[in-house]
Design a protein around this ligand. Structure first.
Ligand code: NI
Length: 178
């Protein structure tokens, strides 16, 4: 078990299109997932994508099964391992809300996302995942899967007047939260 270094925006490894996972239920995959959950938990992240720790694979983890201290008012998202994901928007409705990213520390921005999505993929054992979700869960999945195509949330911002330092936007928030 190890907490991995999280790459920060500007690192070209965050801009790659990730490779599909081809081997499920391997020792290497299970060890990688332990590190990813340890790293996500240590940083109080809502999710983590493999490219954020320099691993060029279509693999994301998210959810906690409990309230996240960085997003205390957000609904609980089930702890999920998602490999080779495919997202399909359900309708064209969007919702704009604050996002942060462990690769963009200290900042928050208002990001439009599809309100409702259907997503598929596989867990670490190769069992299929097939869910229709909305709201915060849909936002987290869209944010994490964007990391697999080299997109960071600032690239999705449309109104840059709603992008800034967490410590300025939310003065009461613990600055260590980001
Ligand atoms: Ni992120």
């Amino acid at each position: 078990m190890a907490i991995r270094e999280i790459l920060k925006m500007g690192d070209p490894r965050l801009l790659r299109v990730a490779q599909p996972v081809v081997g499920f239920d391997t020792d290497a995959l299970h060890l990688l997932l332990i590190d990813m959950f340890d790293t996500m938990r240590a940083a109080s992240g809502a999710g983590l994508a493999a490219p954020q720790i320099g691993v060029d694979l279509q693999l994301v983890v998210f959810g906690t099964d409990e309230v996240n201290p960085r997003y205390p008012s957000a609904p609980v998202v089930p702890r999920t391992v998602l490999l080779n994901p495919l997202i399909t928007p359900l309708g064209s409705d969007e919702e704009t809300d604050w996002e942060g990213c462990l690769s963009v520390p200290g900042l928050r921005g208002q990001v439009p996302r599809f309100l409702r999505i259907h997503y598929t993929g596989f867990d670490q054992y190769g069992d299929p995942i097939d869910r229709s979700v909305e709201g915060f869960h849909a936002r987290v999945v869209q944010h994490e899967c964007d990391h697999l195509i080299g997109k960071l949330y600032p690239m999705r911002i449309r109104d840059f007047s709603q992008f800034g330092f967490t410590s300025v936007l939310f003065p009461g928030m613990d600055p260590l939260d980001d």
